[in-house]
Design a protein around this ligand. Structure first.
Ligand code: SF4
Ligand code: SF4
Length: 206
């Protein structure tokens, strides 16, 4: 009904939502349903203002739906990752499989990712808002358990993308404050425990 009642139907979608064939589109719907655990009752195919030839064989536009149909395709960060180690993220269909299977984003019920949640949210955050935001949104909280990849219908290798983003973040000096202290201690004390070896020894012996 919401596509039929308005006079103008405007759809805004990322370019990654385009698939080569109608059959592929049905696969996307099936996979998303399977992983979301919901079954759609019906699907509407909209290819422009509705039309009919039922009335005396004369093509009549519009018939039951909007008079105008517009599609706005958004690129934003998407095309710049084509050809990179992260391009598989464009296969993401936002089914939430990685979110519900992630021990950090779901079971710990914390904000993990900015615009999108779950492991894929961290990766998308890095491209949408920058690495700094990805670090703030939990880049270093990932346990690298691999559950997101296992539960993704496209087997998108999110853990290895997170690992690569971490390397990039560290190279840019973007680490979480507790990690900074650990790195400092390793450099100064040759251990991560934030106190010199002799001091620790004395503490154990006391
Ligand atoms: S690898 Fe990281 S993002 Fe993926 S499920 Fe495990 S903790 Fe979550
Ligand atoms: S990365 Fe995979 S599991 Fe996560 S939302 Fe995208 S398609 Fe679903």
């Amino acid at each position: 009904m919401i596509t039929r009642l308005p006079e103008k139907h405007i759809t805004i979608a990322g370019i990654d939502k385009i698939v080569p064939t109608l059959k592929d589109a049905l696969h996307v719907i099936e996979s998303a349903e399977m992983f979301l655990g919901v079954i759609g009752t019906y699907i509407s195919f909209i290819r422009g203002p509705s039309r009919t030839g039922d009335v005396q064989g004369i093509t009549t536009i519009p018939m039951h739906g909007a008079k105008e149909v517009h599609l706005v395709l958004v690129d934003d960060w998407r095309s710049k990752i084509i050809g990179s180690d992260f391009e598989d993220i464009l296969y993401c269909m936002n089914c939430s499989g990685c979110f519900f299977s992630c021990p950090i984003s779901f079971e710990a019920v914390i904000s993990f990712g900015k615009a999108f949640k779950g492991g894929v949210g961290i990766v998308k955050t890095a491209f949408m808002y920058g690495l700094e935001e990805a670090v703030a949104a939990g880049l270093f909280m990932c346990t690298e358990c691999g559950s997101c990849k296992q539960n993704c219908p496209g087997e998108i290798d999110i853990p290895s993308m997170i690992e690569k983003l971490r390397v990039e973040a560290i190279e840019k000096g973007l680490v979480m404050p507790p990690h900074e202290a650990i790195v400092k201690s390793i450099k100064e004390n040759n251990n991560p425990l934030e106190r010199p070896k002799e001091e620790r020894q004395a503490w154990f012996e006391s």
